[in-house]
Ligand binder design. Sequence first.
Ligand SMILES: NC(=O)c1ccc[n+]([C@@H]2O[C@H](COP(=O)([O-])OP(=O)(O)OC[C@H]3O[C@@H](n4cnc5c(N)ncnc54)[C@H](O)[C@@H]3O)[C@@H](O)[C@H]2O)c1
Length: 262
Amino acid sequence: MRFISKTVVITGAGAGIGRETARRFAAEGARVISMDTDEAGNGETARLIREQGGICEPVAGDVSSAADVARTFAVAGPVDVLVNNAAAWAGDGWVHTTSEQAWDRVVDVTLKGVFLASREALKSMMARRQGVIVNISSVNALCGVHLAAYSAAKGGILSLTRVMAIQYAPFGIRVNAICPGTILTENSRRYYAEHPGSEAELLALYPGGQFGEPADVANCVLFLASEEAKFFNGSVLVLDGAMSAIQRVPSFLPKAPVDPLA
Ligand SMILES: NC(=O)c1ccc[n+]([C@@H]2O[C@H](COP(=O)([O-])OP(=O)(O)OC[C@H]3O[C@@H](n4cnc5c(N)ncnc54)[C@H](O)[C@@H]3O)[C@@H](O)[C@H]2O)c1
C-alpha cells in the first residue's frame, strides 16, 4: 500500500498498459484519475478498479487538447503522480508515405500530450514541492523500429524527460521514462490475430523468446513513483527482454548458446 491518499493521473488508462497501471495504483491505495478518449474502455477501467475496492474517477478527454487536459486536472486537484501513457501511431510508417496530417496527429498525441499533461501536473506539484512524473516512451526511441512519427515522438519524450528532471528537481519533483519493448495487450493480441505470422516474426527479435506483459510495465511505473526510487531522476529504464541490447549477429558467430563447462 505505497500510495494511500495519493492522487495519480494516468493518460490512456482505458486499455492495455494504462489500465493495468491504474489497477495496480488503486490496489495500493491511490485515488486514480483515468483519462482516455475511449469512454467505454475508460469506464471499464473504473468498473474493474471499483470492483476490487479501489477509487477511480474516469475523465473522457484527448491528451492533445489543452482544454481536455485542464479539465482532467481540475477533476484531479493536487496531483502526486502523473503517468504519461497515451500514444498514437495510426497512419504512420515510412517517412515518404506519412501524410502531414498523420504526422501531426501522432506527434500531437504522443509528444505534445506529455507536454500538456506535465504542464498541468507541475502547477500543483511545484506548489507542494513534491511529485513524480513517469513517461512511457518505447524501444522505438532507442533503435530504428519503423514508424517514423511515433519513433520521433518517443525520442522527444526522452529529451523532455531529461529537461523536466533538471528543471524541477529543485522543487522536489522527479521525472523518469520507461522504454518498453513489445508488451502483450488486448490490442496487440488482436493485431497479431489479424496479421498471421507477425507475432512469430516479432518474437524472433527477443533473445528470451517472450514478450512483456502490462504488469511488467506497471511494476516499473509503481517503483519509479515510489519512495524506493527517490534517487531516480532523469533516468530511462529499458524494459525489453534485451531486444534493444542485441545487434544483428554475424553468421560466423555461434548461433546457439555455447556452454563453457561442456
Ligand atoms: N504495447 C506495446 O508493445 C508497447 C511497447 C512500447 C511502448 N508502448 C507504449 O505504452 C503506452 C500504452 O500502450 P498500450 O499498448 O497499452 O496501448 P493501447 O492501445 O492498448 O491503449 C492505449 C490507450 O490510450 C488511449 N488513447 C489513445 N489516444 C489518446 C488520446 N489522444 N488521449 C487520451 N487517450 C488516448 C486509447 O484509447 C487506449 O485506451 C503507449 O505510450 C505506447 O506507445 C507500448
